[in-house]
Design a protein around this ligand. Structure first.
Ligand SMILES: Nc1nc2c(c(=O)[nH]1)N[C@H]1C(S)=C(S)[C@@H](COP(=O)(O)O)O[C@H]1N2
Ligand SMILES: [Mo]
Length: 422
């Protein structure tokens, strides 16, 4: 029966035989059967009554039994929800795509509610022809579909000095992974015609923050998108409706939402206060600027503090997510004993560049305490560091770019806790 977890499906007959033998996999299922599980023997309301017809919910929502799966704020983190952040419930998700309603939000001045008919994208500065596009104009350009993660540079930022927050939603949930539909930025820039001196873009949002960022021309011409859709439907207001910049692999703050203006210049807008906020302070007091690419990182999403082991010992599915701003994730290593033994995790689902990857490690839990860790390898050969390795490099004054290895301690009851081991 143990082979059930190595890809061989037992027949129903061998399943029952294995269960009856007692020591087998999924023994608890056989116990329930023997005792006459009321979920099987009783008639339920939904067996007897007609359900809602079509159209009761023209835009569908999840089952009411899934209400606990939601974005969450950490109230003490920021002074005001208008300039704040909430977190993606990574522990409650499967696969690699983040559902639109669960994508974490980060706003500096709240959500701009924009009428798309009134929205314009302007291109000015060092261009041959300054242009203003309506949404309809933009939809006449050839478009592309790509799955990319967006990670806030501050993700895991509270963990620099030690284990803080109890749940991967809070330690790692400033990330989402979405399929975008949009126009390659290079096509729009070509339409305006970049002057030879044009080396940088200032991109600006239409929210009250009027948030701006500098993007080097090389990146703009490479893989940036001006996106109007996420996971098949229009962007959500929280994610920049009707238009956002997609900057694959780069820290979230460059992905300007409610995108309204692109100014071509000959140098970065270094002096702007918003830009200087996103720097990494080093032990010597110097700062790292323009650390845009997100380093390879991974986290075990189950089991984890919000998703303890509740089924007792026996077959256990460990799963998690890994990503890199520089390519794909061909390999993730997993340990359940705090690094004494490492195992190659099983990668499953699409392996796309600058996208989340899903990994699994199935094991038989003997009921003793565990120390779970995962370690991502990206397609450039980079290996995710330990938190101590990161601290040796960057000190503890940083907030941004903490991609250190996360540890969850599991006790004999299956309860998980955020810890650090060295
Ligand atoms: N116009 C505008 N764009 C913005 C922001 C903002 O406040 N205003 N926040 C940035 C930051 S810091 C991040 S991490 C991402 C968050 O994107 P999300 O809300 O889709 O998760 O948007 C970026 N783009
Ligand atoms: Mo961010």
């Amino acid at each position: 029966m143990g082979n059930v977890f190595k890809g061989m499906k037992p027949s129903r007959r061998s399943f029952l035989k294995g269960a009856a033998a007692g020591g087998g996999v999924l023994a608890s299922a056989s116990v329930a059967m023997a005792a006459g599980d009321s979920a099987i023997t009783q008639i339920k309301p939904w067996n007897q009554e007609l359900g809602d017809g079509v159209d009761v919910s023209p835009y569908g929502v999840p089952s009411e039994f899934e209400k606990h799966v939601r974005r969450q704020n950490v109230e003490w983190l920021t002074a005001d929800p208008v300039s704040s952040i909430n977190f993606t419930p990574l522990h409650a998700l499967e696969g690699i795509i983040t559902p639109n309603g669960l994508c974490f939000e980060r706003h500096h001045s709240g959500v701009a509610e924009i009428d798309p008919a009134e929205h314009r994208l302007m291109i000015n500065g060092l261009v041959e022809k300054p242009l203003v596009f309506t949404m309809d104009d933009l939809k006449r350009f050839p478009r592309e579909n790509h799955v990319y993660f967006l990670e806030c540079a501050a993700n895991t930022g509270m963990e620099w000095r030690g284990a803080q927050l109890n749940g991967c939603q809070f330690t790692h949930g400033m990330i989402h992974n979405v399929m975008y539909t949009g126009v390659p930025l290079r096509l729009i820039l070509a339409e305006a015609g970049i002057k030879t001196a044009g080396k940088w873009l200032l991109v600006e949002g239409a929210d009250a923050a009027g948030m701006t960022r500098s993007i080097p021309m090389e990146k703009a011409l490479d893989d940036c998108l001006v996106a109007f859709s996420m996971n098949g439907e229009a962007l959500r207001p929280e994610q920049g409706y009707p238009l956002r910049l997609v900057v694959p692999g780069w820290e979230g703050n460059t992905w300007i939402k409610w995108l309204r203006r692109i100014e071509v210049g000959d140098q970065p807008w270094h002096h702007r206060e918003e830009t200087s906020k996103y720097t990494d302070l080093l032990p010597n007091g110097q700062a790292r600027y323009f650390t845009w690419e997100m380093d390879a990182k991974s986290v075990i999403t189950n089991p984890s503090p919000q998703a303890p082991i509740t089924h007792g010992k026996g077959p256990t599915v460990l799963t998690g997510l890994a990503w890199s701003g520089r390519g794909t994730i061909p390999r993730v290593d997993v340990t359940i004993d705090g690094g004494v033994n490492w195992h190659k995790a099983r990668m499953d689902g699409p392996s796309l560049s600058k996208s989340m990857h899903r990994f699994y490690y199935e094991f038989d839990w003997d009921g003793s305490p565990l120390l779970l860790q995962s370690r991502a390898h990206d397609s450039t050969g980079y290996v995710q560091p330990t938190k101590d390795q990161l601290r040796a490099l960057r000190g503890e004054n940083s907030i941004y770019h903490n991609n250190g290895i996360q540890t969850w301690a599991i006790n004999a009851e299956g309860v998980a806790e955020n810890v650090e081991i060295s």
